[in-house]
Design a protein around this ligand. Structure first.
Ligand SMILES: Cc1cc2nc3c(=O)[nH]c(=O)nc-3n(C[C@H](O)[C@H](O)[C@H](O)COP(=O)(O)O)c2cc1C
Length: 169
């Protein structure tokens, strides 16, 4: 088990996984981490569809343009949102789940579903609901890169202190 800060800071978006199965209890804890995320005015606009069938994940992956992570994954979680729900709330649940997974030694990668009609139809979402993102999960394949290694915005540019762009002094 990691310290919370270490789990947050070291979590990368990993696209390659081994075939090792995901422990059922670990998956339950991941779902619980999403469920416990707060939401604006406690509207709780998020629902999940958990995917574990490899063949089915390949089909769902067809709804996105860059969905190789989902094709390689051992499990997927579609983060679904109410018509009037906020993507921020969905994002909180999604990051909670990915960090909780990392705490279990499981890697993950968000996967965009560019064709909403395709993914909402396949997953049989009720009218008006959307899929914000599908998270791919699996044990990381340590033989392959853990990340594309995207550089982060420089510290000074990222955070201003008291006013936009102001250094800390
Ligand atoms: C909303 C969202 C959608 C994403 N969709 C995809 C995707 O469809 N395919 C993919 O390979 N990566 C996807 N990513 C992963 C980003 O490319 C990744 O967050 C970025 O490269 C930083 O990765 P790092 O933390 O490993 O440096 C997505 C990330 C976010 C936040």
């Amino acid at each position: 088990m990691m310290e919370a800060y270490d789990a947050i800071i070291t979590k990368r978006d990993t696209r390659f996984y081994t075939d090792e199965a995901i422990d059922d209890e670990a998956l339950r804890r991941i779902v619980q981490a999403g469920r416990m995320a707060g939401s604006s005015k406690n509207t709780q606009p998020v629902r999940l569809v958990v995917l574990q069938d490899k063949g089915w994940m390949q089909e769902v992956a067809e709804c996105g343009k860059f969905s190789d992570p989902l094709k390689a994954a051992t499990a997927g979680i579609a983060v679904c949102c109410l018509p009037d729900g906020s993507d921020f709330d969905a994002g909180r649940a999604a990051q909670n789940m990915m960090v909780a997974a990392w705490n279990e030694g499981l890697a993950s990668c968000p996967t965009s579903m560019h064709d909403q009609a395709c993914v909402t139809g396949k997953l049989e979402l009720p009218e008006g609901w959307r899929v914000v993102v599908v998270l791919a999960f699996g044990h990381p394949d340590r033989e392959k890169p853990m990340s594309l290694g995207a550089k982060r915005t420089d510290w000074d540019e990222y955070a201003g202190w008291e006013k936009w762009g102001r250094g800390r002094g």
